[in-house]
Design a protein around this ligand. Structure first.
Ligand SMILES: [Zn+2]
Length: 219
């Protein structure tokens, strides 16, 4: 029998993750938000001595403003995905894994993209979740200014608190343009993060997941 422990000492099953700025962009106010952000973007471009009359720049402030609303969709009111769970009538108590789920996010420190893949595994207790929900949960937390560490934790905690599984583990591998294009300029560097809850604290459970991740599919 696996002992169920949470590695995060303060976090109990069912407690939401405290997050800054969650759902902070109100709905129904897009026109005003786009106008206000565009104004500031134009000011930044002016400070950089860019000629705002250049046809290529002319509508850039507004395009950037609209793009931010799209890329930060996870912060919108009502963006949280409804998670339908189903009773685990089959009594399935082994690992469910969704591998290689692609995502794009924005580094909270530099406002440039980081992107890659997430691998999500859980072992059900009394409920299972529709598999299409896993990418939606990832998307919800990725579409905002983000840190890879926090993204990984938030996805794990969401499943842990909503699904109440025996355990959950999330591994994210990503490339950060703020590392590749500027600063140390390390093109191709891959950052890996992981978060786990419950029975994944058991080394054997964790190793089963990691071994399955390493396995190449032949189709
Ligand atoms: Zn960064």
């Amino acid at each position: 029998m696996t002992e169920v422990v949470s590695l995060d000492g303060d976090m109990k099953k069912g407690e939401p993750v405290a997050a800054y700025g969650d759902n902070s962009i109100p709905s129904g106010d897009d026109e005003r938000i786009v106008g206000a952000v565009a104004k500031h973007m134009a000011a930044i471009m002016s400070e950089l001595n860019l000629d705002l009359d250049d046809p290529n720049y002319k509508r850039t402030p507004e395009r950037v403003a609209k793009m931010y609303l799209e890329m930060f969709h996870g912060l919108r009111e009502g963006a949280e995905p409804a998670v339908t769970t189903f009773p685990n009538d089959e009594g399935y108590h082994h690992m469910v894994i969704e591998r290689e789920i692609p995502f794009y996010s924005m580094c909270a420190h530099h406002f440039v993209p980081f992107y890659g893949h997430a691998h999500i595994a859980y072992i059900p207790e009394s409920e299972v979740v529709g598999l299409s929900k896993l990418p939606r949960i990832l998307e919800f937390y990725a579409k905002r200014p983000q840190m890879q560490e926090r993204l990984t934790e938030q996805v794990a905690e969401f499943l842990w608190s909503r699904l109440k599984p025996q355990g959950v583990m999330v591994v994210i591998e990503a490339r950060h343009l703020c590392v590749e294009m500027r600063g140390v300029k390390k093109a191709g560097a891959l950052t890996t993060t992981s978060a786990l809850r419950g029975c994944f604290a058991d080394r054997l459970v964790r190793e089963e997941f990691l071994a399955l991740l390493r396995r190449q599919t032949s189709w």
